[in-house]
Write a protein that binds this ligand. Structure first.
Ligand code: NAD
Length: 716
C-alpha cells in the first residue's frame, strides 16, 4: 500500500488501485477550505492523473464533520475583487480537474458539508452520506452576504433543477441527510463509516467510466434550462418576489439569481466563470463585510462566552421555577422544558397555571401535525412542566424567573414568597421589561443572586435574551444566568441596569422617530415603507400598534413620575404628544383593541387608519425617501452609541448582535454600531449634526462619537 501523509490530506492507495483521500487538517477541530488544504489536494489530484493504475478515488474526512466551508477569515480580509475572483477560479479549476480526471470519484460524507464543503462534494461523481441526524448539507453563503463561489450555483441546478436549487441557495437552508437524499443532492445513505466506505468501493467498481452529467454532450437540464417554458415563467416573477422581501438590501440575493439564470443559458465552463465574477462582487460588498463581522465573528465570540465572567464552572439548570404563567411565563416554561429542564409554572389560580402549560401543548400539537415531533416526545416534554399555585413546589429549583404583571409591589411580594422556600444558592431572575433590576433586588434577601433575564416575545421564536446586572449582582450569578440562556439555546447579551436597559431603549427610538415623521406631515405609508426599505422587519407605526400605544403611554407616565421624584427635568420626545392624543383623545390604543395607527378589520388585512390624515395632515411637499431612512436609522445608531459610551452595553459584539436579534435592526447593516463603522465615524457625525440642526437634540452625537470622528476610529 502506498501511503503518503501530507499535512492536511492523507493519500492511501490500496491493492485494488482505489485511493482514499482523507481530509484531516492538523491542529484544527474541523476542516476548512484554505491554502493548507487546497495545496495537498492539488498534489493528490496530480498524482491520480499521473498514475494509470489508480481506478478511482474516495474523498472523506478524518474529523467529525466532512468540511465546514471556506476560510471566512480570508474572505473577510479580502478587499480586492481580483483576489476574490482568483480565489473562486482556483478552487473551481481544482474541482474541474477532479471531475474530469477520468476515474470515478466518490464523496464519502461522514458528517456536515456546508458551503465550500458541499461544493467539493458536488465536484465528485457520487455522494454517500452517513445517516446522522446531526449532519447538515447546504450552501448557506447568502446568510453572510456571499454566494457559493466554488461552482455551487452551477452544479446544484444542473443536478436537481433550477427551481429546486434556487431556494436552497437564496435561503441558505441546511438539510439533514435524508432530506438531502430526497432532494437528489446525495445519492445514497450509509449506516456507519464502514458501510459508507464499502458502498463507495462498490460504486467505483460498478462505474469505471464515471463522468459528470453536465460533461455529457447530450446533457439535459432536469426541469429545463433558463429558457425552458416553466423556468421562463418563474424568472419573470422570482426576482421581483425576492426584492419585495429583501428590498434590494442583499446583493447576494440578486447575484445568486443572476448566476443561476445566466448560467442556465451558457455552457458549464462559461457559467463557472461568471459565477466567479458575481462571487467577487459579493466578497468586496459592504454588506458581506457587515454581516460576516457581526453575524459570524461577533456572534461566535458571544457564543464562546466573551461576556461571561471567567473562573466559574459551567452550570446547568435542572429545575426551574417560573412565576406567572402569562404570555411570557408560558413561553419561558416551554423553551426550558424543551431542553430537558423540569419546570414549575406557578400562577395565582390553578386555571391560570394550566392555561400557561396549555400553551406548550398547543405548540407541540402543531409540531406533531407537521411531523416535527412525536407523540412520545410531546408527552415527555409536557410531563416536565408542573402547573401549580403552591410555592412549596419551588423547593429544589436552582433558578426562578419571575414574569408576573409589571408592578413593583407585586414583584416584591412574589420574590419574598419564593425566596422563603428556595435554597440559599438559587438564582432569582426578573423578566421585567422596564423596572430597574437594582430597585427590584431591594425586595430580595440575597441581592447578589438577583438578576434580570429579559426575554422577547414570542419567547419560542426570538433568539435573544438580554441579561441585566443589578448593582449588587455577583459575577457568579451572571455566569449562571449566562449558562442558562445558552442551555435553552438562545444568545445572551449582558447589559448594565439602566432605564429601558439596552434593547428597549434603542428600539424605542425607531418607533418614536416614525411617529415624529407623522407629526412632521410625512405620509404614513411613506414612513412604513421607509422602515422596510431601511431593512427593519416591520414599519414603525405597525410596530407601535403591536407594542400597543397604551403600554407606551403607561411607561411614559411612569417615567415622568420617576423623573419628578428624582427632581430631574424630563426632556420628552416630540412623538409623546402623538401617543397621548391617540390613546387619550382618539381612543386608539393599538392592535389588541383593533385600532391604532392601523385598523384591524376581522378577517381582512390591516390597513392604515383613514382618520390619520385628518389628525396629522400630510404636508404638500414630501421629503426624499432617503431622508426618512436616515432619520429612522441614525436615531437608533446614535442611541446605541450612547448606550455603549455610558457602559449600558460593554462590548461592540453585544451591541450589534443585541440590535439584530433583539429588535430586528437591519441585518445587512451588521448591527447598530457597525452601521456607524460602515459610514465612517467622521461622515456619520457630519450627517448626524445636520439631522440635529434640522430635527432636534435627539440626533446630537455623544462625546464618544465626536472623539472617534476626530481620530477617525471605528467600533471594534
Ligand atoms: P401577562 O399579563 O400575560 O402574564 C402575567 C401573569 O402573571 C398572569 O398570568 C397573572 O395571572 C400572573 N400573576 C399575577 N400576579 C401573580 C402572582 N402574585 N403570582 C403568580 N402569578 C401572578 O404578562 P406578560 O406579557 O407575560 O409579562 C410578564 C412580565 O414580563 C412583565 O413584567 C412584563 O413587563 C415582562 N415582559 C413582557 C414582554 C412582552 O412582550 N409581553 C416582553 C418582555 C418582558
Amino acid at each position: 500500500m502506498d501511503t503518503t501523509h501530507h499535512s492536511a490530506v492523507k493519500f492511501e492507495k490500496d491493492a485494488d488501485g482505489i485511493v482514499t483521500l482523507t481530509l484531516d487538517m492538523p491542529g484544527r477541530s474541523m476542516n476548512v477550505l484554505n491554502d493548507e488544504l487546497s495545496a495537498p489536494l492539488a498534489d493528490a489530484i496530480a498524482k491520480i492523473e499521473a498514475d494509470a493504475s489508480i481506478r478511482g478515488a474516495i474523498l472523506t474526512s478524518g474529523k467529525k464533520e466532512f468540511l465546514a466551508g471556506a476560510d471566512i477569515d480570508k474572505v473577510f480580509a479580502m478587499t480586492n475583487a481580483e483576489d476574490a475572483f482568483k480565489l473562486a477560479e482556483d478552487f473551481k479549476a481544482f474541482l474541474r480537474r477532479l471531475e474530469t480526471c477520468g476515474r470515478p470519484v466518490v464523496a464519502a460524507l461522514n458528517g456536515t458539508a456546508l458551503g465550500g464543503g458541499l461544493e467539493l462534494a458536488l465536484g465528485c461523481h457520487y455522494r454517500i452520506a452517513i445517516d446522522n441526524p446531526k449532519a447538515q448539507f447546504g450552501l448557506p453563503e447568502s446568510k453572510l452576504g456571499l454566494l457559493p463561489g466554488g461552482g455551487g450555483t452551477q452544479r446544484l441546478p444542473r443536478l436537481i433543477g433550477i427551481q429546486a436549487a434556487l431556494p436552497l441557495m437564496l435561503e441558505g437552508k441546511a438539510l439533514k441527510p435524508a432530506q438531502a437524499k430526497q432532494q437528489g443532492i446525495i445519492h445514497e445513505l450509509a449506516s456507519d463509516a464502514a458501510d459508507m466506505m464499502a458502498k463507495a468501493r462498490a460504486w467505483i467498481a460498478a462505474n469505471p467510466q464515471a463522468a459528470q452529467p453536465w460533461d455529457d454532450k447530450k446533457f439535459k437540464w432536469p426541469g429545463g434550462d433558463s429558457k425552458s417554458p416553466a423556468n421562463v415563467q418563474m424568472w419573470a416573477i422570482a426576482p421581483s418576489m425576492a426584492s419585495a422581501k429583501s428590498w434590494g438590501n442583499f446583493p447576494a440575493i440578486g447575484n445568486i439569481m443572476s448566476c443561476v439564470f445566466e448560467g442556465g443559458l451558457v455552457d458549464f465552463d462559461t457559467a463557472c466563470r461568471l459565477e466567479s465574477r458575481y462571487f467577487a462582487n459579493c466578497v468586496v460588498s459592504q454588506v458581506s463585510k457587515n454581516m460576516i463581522g457581526s453575524l459570524w465573528f461577533q456572534l461566535n465570540a458571544i457564543n464562546k462566552g466573551k461576556s461571561r465572567p471567567e473562573g466559574f464552572e459551567r452550570s446547568k439548570v435542572t429545575k426551574l421555577g417560573v412565576l406567572g404563567a402569562g404570555m411570557m411565563g408560558a413561553g419561558i416554561a416551554y423553551v426550558s422544558a424543551q431542553v430537558g429542564i423540569d419546570v414549575v409554572l406557578l400562577d395565582t389560580t390553578q386555571d391560570a397555571a394550566d392555561k400557561g402549560k396549555a400553551y406548550s401543548a398547543g405548540l407541540l400539537d402543531k409540531d406533531l401535525k407537521k411531523g416535527r415531533t412525536t407523540a412520545e416526545a410531546r408527552d415527555a416534554l409536557l410531563a416536565r412542566i408542573k402547573a401549580t399555585t403552591a410555592y412549596e413546589d419551588l423547593d429544589g429549583c436552582d433558578l426562578i424567573i419571575e414574569a408576573v404583571f409589571e408592578d413593583r409591589a407585586l414583584k416584591a411580594d412574589v420574590t419574598r414568597k419564593a425566596e422563603a422556600v428556595l435554597a440559599k444558592t438559587a438564582v432569582f431572575a426578573s423578566n421585567t421589561s422596564t423596572l430597574p433590576i437594582t430597585g427590584l433586588a431591594q425586595a430580595s434577601e440575597r441581592p447578589k443572586h438577583f438578576i434580570g433575564l429579559h426575554f422577547f416575545s414570542p419567547v419560542d421564536k426570538m433568539p435573544l435574551v438580554e441579561i441585566i446586572k443589578g448593582r449588587k449582582t455577583s459575577p457568579e450569578t451572571l455566569a449562571r444566568a449566562f449558562d442558562y440562556v445558552q442551555q435553552i439555546r438562545k444568545t445572551p447579551i449582558v447589559v448594565n441596569d439602566s432605564r429601558g436597559f439596552y434593547t428597549s431603549r434603542v428600539f424605542a427610538t425607531y418607533v418614536m422617530e416614525g411617529i415624529a415623521l407623522l407629526l412632521d406631515g410625512v405620509h404614513p405609508r411613506s414612513i412604513e415603507v421607509a422602515g422596510l426599505q431601511a431593512g427593519m422587519p416591520v414599519g414603525p407605526l405597525a410596530l407601535q400598534d403591536e407594542v400597543s400605544l397604551s403600554l407606551s403611554l403607561h411607561i411614559l407616565d411612569q417615567t415622568r413620575k420617576d423623573f419628578a421624584a428624582e427632581g430631574r427635568p424630563y426632556v420628552g420626545h416630540p412623538a409623546n404628544a402623538v401617543i397621548e392624543k391617540m390613546v387619550r383623545e382618539l381612543d386608539r390604543p393599538g392592535k389588541k383593541a383593533g385600532k391604532g395607527f392601523y385598523d384591524y378589520p376581522s378577517g381582512a388585512h390591516k390597513h392604515l387608519w383613514d382618520g390619520l390624515a385628518t389628525q396629522f395632515p400630510v404636508a404638500s411637499e414630501q421629503p426624499a425617501q432617503s431622508e426618512l431612512i436616515d432619520r429612522l436609522m441614525f436615531a437608533q445608531a446614535i442611541e446605541a452609541a450612547k448606550c455603549f459610551e455610558e457602559g449600558v452595553v460593554e462590548t461592540v459584539a453585544d451591541t450589534n448582535i443585541g440590535s439584530i436579534f433583539g429588535w430586528g435592526f437591519a441585518p445587512h447593516q451588521g448591527g447598530a454600531l457597525q452601521f456607524i463603522n460602515a459610514h465612517g465615524s467622521a461622515a456619520f457625525v457630519k450627517r448626524a449634526k445636520a439631522l440635529e440642526k434640522r430635527y432636534g437634540a435627539r440626533f446630537k452625537p455623544g462625546k464618544l462619537l465626536l472623539r472617534m470622528a476626530r481620530d477617525n476610529q471605528a467600533f471594534v
